[in-house]
Design a protein around this ligand. Structure first.
Ligand SMILES: [Zn+2]
Length: 317
């Protein structure tokens, strides 16, 4: 057992979930972002009966070379050297920034990458308890997203791990616009986004497949699109699926408009896990958005997401 493994789970059947205290602590206390959600969620998972099935892992910082698989060198350097303009930082949000923001971003993206490598090497389901930063573009950040972990991990899997095809299944209430543009000319990836038609980003990008849902759709209409999206995903015969599992489609969410219930969200996740298991496609969970007021509703659905992931992961063995 390695020192960066926080729980005592050891077998391959453990659900490997990457987490770092900086996911919360790297964001300024005055930022308008529910920074505490990571810490609270970890504590709730630790208190659950299923926690023995989890292996909580601490990520290392991602390398600059890995960032460059999906990002422009000038943008990467300006971020690392704290030279982004006020305007560029405002577009990202999470302000006011602290110097810890750099370390946080590198750890968070490192967590996604380590979860991806583990899924490719061992199969099953893995996850990162943050990220899903789908609004980050090649040379600028936006909407709480600095680097696009989905695009980076997809390109890393292809270039460094020999994976032939990667599908990005994005079921967050917001469109995966950054992922779509970064990977637009990449035939070895398929980007699929189910999102609310009238939510941010207001100028949508073109994914390989966009499945917009009307506001206030509710569980049934949402699930129709989810099933369609999963079919498009499986049809591509990917060797890896990167699942952006944002829960901001919930009816109590402050930034989403889809009116999906907690049960509907759970049905969504279980449907994805079931199909990926049936087709033996390793799956990485990217946490994505969740901004309910109070935050407890988002936390309930994130809790369901990771508990169900641990249960479905065990069925792989
Ligand atoms: Zn979102």
């Amino acid at each position: 057992m390695t020192s960066n493994e926080l729980s005592n789970a050891s077998a391959n059947q453990s659900f490997n979930l990457w987490y770092h205290p900086l996911y919360t602590d790297g964001i300024h206390v005055e930022a308008r972002f529910p920074r505490e959600r990571y810490q609270i969620l970890l504590n709730r998972l630790k208190d659950s009966e299923q926690f023995h099935m989890f292996a909580i892992r601490e990520p290392r910082q991602i390398s600059k070379d890995s960032l460059l698989l999906a990002h422009d060198a000038t943008y990467v350097e300006e971020f690392l050297e704290q030279k982004l303009s006020e305007k560029e930082m405002r577009r990202i949000g999470l302000t006011p920034w602290t110097p810890k923001m750099i370390e946080r971003t590198l750890c968070l993206t490192g967590g996604a990458l380590e979860a991806t490598i583990h899924a490719v090497n061992h199969g099953g389901i893995t996850g990162n308890m943050a990220g899903g930063t789908h609004h980050a573009h090649r040379d600028f950040g936006s909407g709480y997203c600095i680097f696009n972990d989905l695009a980076i991990c997809a390109m890393y899997a292809i270039e460094e791990l020999g994976v032939k095809r990667v599908a990005i299944l994005d079921l967050d209430v917001h469109q995966g616009d950054g992922t779509a543009t970064i990977l637009s000319n990449e035939a070895r990836t398929r980007t699929i986004s189910v999102h609310c038609s009238t939510n941010f980003p207001f100028r949508k990008s073109v994914s390989d497949f966009d499945l917009p849902v009307e506001p206030k759709a509710g569980d049934e209409l949402f699930m129709e699109k989810v099933r369609e999206a999963v079919e498009l995903c499986v049809d591509f015969q990917p060797e890896l699926v990167l699942y952006q599992a944002g829960v901001d489609g919930l009816e109590q969410d402050h930034l989403g408009k889809l009116c999906v219930s907690r049960k509907g969200m759970q049905e969504r996740n279980q449907y994805v896990f079931e199909k990926m298991l049936k087709n033996r496609i390793p799956t990485v969970i990217f946490m994505g958005g969740g901004y309910s007021k109070p935050i407890e509703h988002s936390l309930d659905s994130f809790y369901d997401l990771f508990i169900d992931a641990s249960i479905w992961n065990k069925r792989w063995s």
